[in-house]
Design a binder for this molecule. Structure first.
Ligand SMILES: Nc1ncnc2c1ncn2[C@@H]1O[C@H](COP(=O)(O)OP(=O)(O)O)[C@@H](O)[C@H]1O
Ligand SMILES: O=C(O)C1=C[C@@H](OP(=O)(O)O)[C@@H](O)[C@H](O)C1
Ligand SMILES: [Mg+2]
Length: 171
């Protein structure tokens, strides 16, 4: 079975989707985002999954999509910010090279704006993000092989550091 070159985790707004694509470009490997896999499996966008089926169903789809990608994808893989809430997923990640893209509240807020397309931030993005950061930080740290801080840095700068941290060469 093929396995990802690296797996990106971190909060909404850390830049997993954006930086993941840039890292894949640098390494000359494909990029995949588990959120897109979930949307393909459900046949609808993430906000519609939350509305029609609920967050619990979204998390089930997410757990299955992560398991499938960890087992059969040989490129750079971005997870959604809440994927690490699942204990089975955290256990699976122990066998992989996991890059935690960290972000503090001010930059995360600037990047997610009013939370469009991210249903968990539908109400009060600032308070929700602050709470989720506190709740999830230990879980990101638990699964991380490498931590790369993203605050005040451009996606290209972050991607260079990720490639270097993996020992796979920057641009
Ligand atoms: N390092 C960065 N600096 C500034 N903006 C960024 C950075 N990384 C991502 N962004 C922007 O923030 C938004 C969220 O990025 P995204 O890659 O979707 O994050 P994630 O997948 O971690 O939620 C996008 O508009 C993206 O262009
Ligand atoms: O943190 C979360 O709970 C979520 C993050 C989103 O992905 P990004 O982290 O890529 O924004 C997406 O999976 C969904 O809206 C839920
Ligand atoms: Mg994303």
């Amino acid at each position: 079975m093929s396995t990802p070159v690296c797996v990106l985790v971190g909060m909404m707004g850390a830049g997993k989707t954006t930086v993941g694509g840039l890292v894949a470009e640098r390494l000359g490997v494909p990029f995949r985002d588990v959120d897109a896999d979930i949307e393909a499996a459900a046949g609808k966008p993430i906000p519609d999954i939350f509305i029609d089926d609920g967050e619990e169903r979204f998390r089930e789809l997410e757990r299955d999509a992560v398991a499938a990608a960890l087992d059969g994808f040989a490129g750079v893989l971005a997870l959604g910010g809440g994927a690490i809430l699942d204990p089975q997923t955290r256990k699976r990640l122990a066998d992989h090279r996991v890059v935690y893209l960290s972000v503090e509240l001010p930059d995360a807020l600037k990047r997610v704006g009013f939370g469009a397309g991210r249903p968990v931030l539908a109400m009060n993005p600032r308070a929700t993000l602050r709470h989720l950061l506190d709740q999830r930080r230990p879980l990101y740290e638990e699964v991380a092989t490498v931590v790369v801080a993203t605050d005040g840095r451009t996606p290209d700068e972050v991607a260079d550091e990720v490639a270097a941290a993996l020992g796979l060469g920057g641009r």
